[in-house]
Write a protein that binds this ligand. Structure first.
Ligand code: SAH
Length: 414
């Protein structure tokens, strides 16, 4: 099957961008719309003819008979994910298994010993295996597929996965259905069993020597936010000698326990989900920290900040790691406004001499955009400087042309 691209889409593919959106396909499909057989904007294959999800397609463009090979997705906005740009022998399960082995081998030796037992084994596009994410939680691995193109390949890939992961001490493999992006992070949270002994619903992993409970069955992402591992270690170092720490959007308390172990006097965790606090408290206990010495508040972070300010409460270390405010380009202006409102409110309860760690996980918000939501006018103060800007760790690699993969910003202001 051949898919002919527009000049713009072809240029992106040449640069190494792994996605072709449906409107990057030249011709095809519009006829049906014009004839009224399909409503405008309705999801339907364009170009690609009768291709089904998972079919291998060859990409071409004006003056370029062969641009590369990818897999077709009949459903999602991304019609093709590009796997090969060179004239490689074939795009088959052996080629995919080879890519996966390279991703796993890259990480061999990174997390030796038992200090860190949870990390990303394959970061999809960033490891040149588009749409396939694999996270390791000790002896369990959780696979997540973005879009529908790899689902038909899973049965054929599983023996390769079981062998390569088994050799690295992984016993069980599960599949996490992805939440639909339009309905937020609430749907499709099912963990299906693929291989080996049944996966536990919940388990403790270790991260830089710290125990952390992970809810594989119901947690966010594949269970935990592994992309913040290095930043949690940074917070631990920053927490020494702090009297009052505030962790906003605390989820399972990763930053909270890091701060407590780092020597903070009292850590206040704020999240709208009470189940997250129950998990955080188990994590505290597992690390030998008494949760009763700390505070867990089930509340909207904005409401909490308003009340804390009214009470005159102050904190000398604040971590703010909200969910993505900008799931799409269209949502960007509103998201920047929300970050600004959040940061203004945060700055009002930050002590003089305190440290603010502000994170954003929206790829549609660039580092510069995000820093603008932390400027003097927004924070209503002129005593802070950027101490560091961090991003995601090495087990979350990206590609130069795939800017969408570099979503995490973690700004330390002091
Ligand atoms: N910092 C966490 C990840 C945060 S995920 C970590 O390192 O693991 C975002 C969290 O924000 C979720 O737990 C969600 O329940 C919570 N949340 C979303 N909207 C919120 C709001 N308005 N107020 C408080 N918590 C909120």
């Amino acid at each position: 099957m051949r898919v002919h691209l527009t000049a713009t889409a072809a240029a992106a593919v040449r640069r190494g961008h792994p996605w072709v959106y449906r409107d990057g396909i030249a011709g095809g499909g519009e006829g049906a719309e014009r004839r009224g057989e399909r409503r405008r904007g309705e999801r339907a294959p364009r170009g690609g003819g009768a291709a089904a999800s998972g079919d291998v397609v060859e990409l071409s463009a004006e003056g370029a008979p062969f641009l590369g090979r990818g897999l077709w997705d009949a459903e999602s906005a991304i019609a093709v994910r590009v796997f090969q740009r060179a004239q490689a022998p074939a795009l088959d399960e052996r080629a995919l298994a080879g890519r996966l082995e390279r991703a796993f081998a890259l990480r061999d030796g990174w997390f030796e010993g038992r200090d860190t037992t949870a990390y990303r084994l394959c970061n999809g596009e960033g490891d040149r295996v588009p749409s396939l994410v694999i996270d390791r939680y000790d002896r369990a691995a959780v696979v997540r597929l973005d879009g529908g193109m790899l689902a038909p390949w899973l049965d054929r890939l599983l023996p390769h996965l079981a062998r390569a992961l088994g050799a690295r001490g992984v016993r069980s493999i599960g599949l996490r259905a992805r939440a639909s992006t339009t309905s937020g992070d609430t749907e499709g949270k099912k963990l299906a069993h693929l291989h080996g002994p049944p996966l536990p619903d919940r388990l403790f992993v270790r991260e830089s020597g710290v125990a952390m409970e992970v809810d594989l069955a119901r947690g966010q992402k594949t269970g935990a936010f592994l992309d913040q591992r290095d930043n949690r270690a940074r917070v631990r170092a920053l927490a020494a000698g702090r009297r009052r720490v505030l962790n906003l959007f605390s989820y399972a308390g990763g930053f909270s326990v890091a701060a407590a172990l780092g020597g903070a006097g009292r850590v206040t965790s704020v999240d709208s989900a009470s189940a997250a606090h129950a998990s955080a408290q188990r994590t505290f206990r597992e690390n030998g920290v008494d949760p009763a010495a700390h505070e867990f508040v089930t509340a909207d972070a904005f409401d909490f900040l308003e009340k804390a300010h009214a009470r005159g409460d102050r904190y000398d270390l604040i971590i703010s790691d909200p969910p993505s405010f900008a799931p799409s380009e269209r949502a960007r202006p509103r998201a920047l406004g929300a970050y600004r409102r959040l940061h203004t409110a945060v700055a009002r309860v930050l002590d003089r001499g305190g440290v603010l760690c502000a994170a954003s996980c929206s790829s549609h918000v660039t580092a510069e955009d995000f820093l603008a939501t932390l400027d003097d006018a927004t924070l209503e103060r002129d005593d802070l400087r950027i101490r560091a800007i961090h991003g995601q760790p090495e087990d979350h690699p990206t590609l130069p042309a795939w800017w969408e993969g570099r979503y995490l910003k973690f700004v330390v202001l002091e």
